[in-house]
Design a binder for this molecule. Structure first.
Ligand SMILES: [Zn+2]
Length: 145
């Protein structure tokens, strides 16, 4: 890995103010975080934390047990993706709250989108104060508000 860039740090221990060492090694395929005095059984240069992209989604991989070769945690950051989502807050009385999923349809010709996870039917750009949210079942039942 010749494309490595290393950043050596002194981090203040938040419990007692003691300065501790850490280093971040950056490669074209990922980022390793190393804490001297802590190690793993893997061949990943004793990085306890590794960050990489998988199909456009950042993942944080953590080795939290020295005696365990496989990571103890593999965390997808997909849920933090920016972009349009199913609305999760009601903005007016009787408003329907959605689930926050990014698994939504493209806007239809009137600008409405459908959440594939919870079924809320909402106008795109839901962050605007005046956007109304109606549930698909209400529309189908003719109960539009
Ligand atoms: Zn939803």
């Amino acid at each position: 890995m010749t494309d490595q860039k290393t950043l050596n740090l002194s981090l203040e221990d938040i419990e007692n103010g003691v300065l501790r060492k850490a280093s971040i090694q950056c490669y074209s395929k990922g980022i390793e975080i190393i804490f001297p005095g802590f190690e793993t059984m893997t061949g990943v240069a004793d990085a306890l934390v590794y960050i990489e992209y998988r199909k456009g989604i950042p993942y944080v991989i953590i080795w939290g047990k020295r005696v365990q070769e496989d990571p103890t945690h593999t965390i997808s950051l997909e849920g933090a993706a920016a972009g349009p989502r199913c609305p999760t807050e009601s903005r007016f009385e009787g408003d329907i709250e959605g689930c926050g999923s990014a698994n939504i349809s493209p806007k239809d010709e009137e600008g409405y989108q459908d959440c594939y996870d919870c079924g809320v039917f909402f106008k795109g750009d839901y962050e605007a104060e005046t956007t109304a949210i109606v549930q698909r079942l209400d529309l189908l039942a003719g109960n539009s508000q």
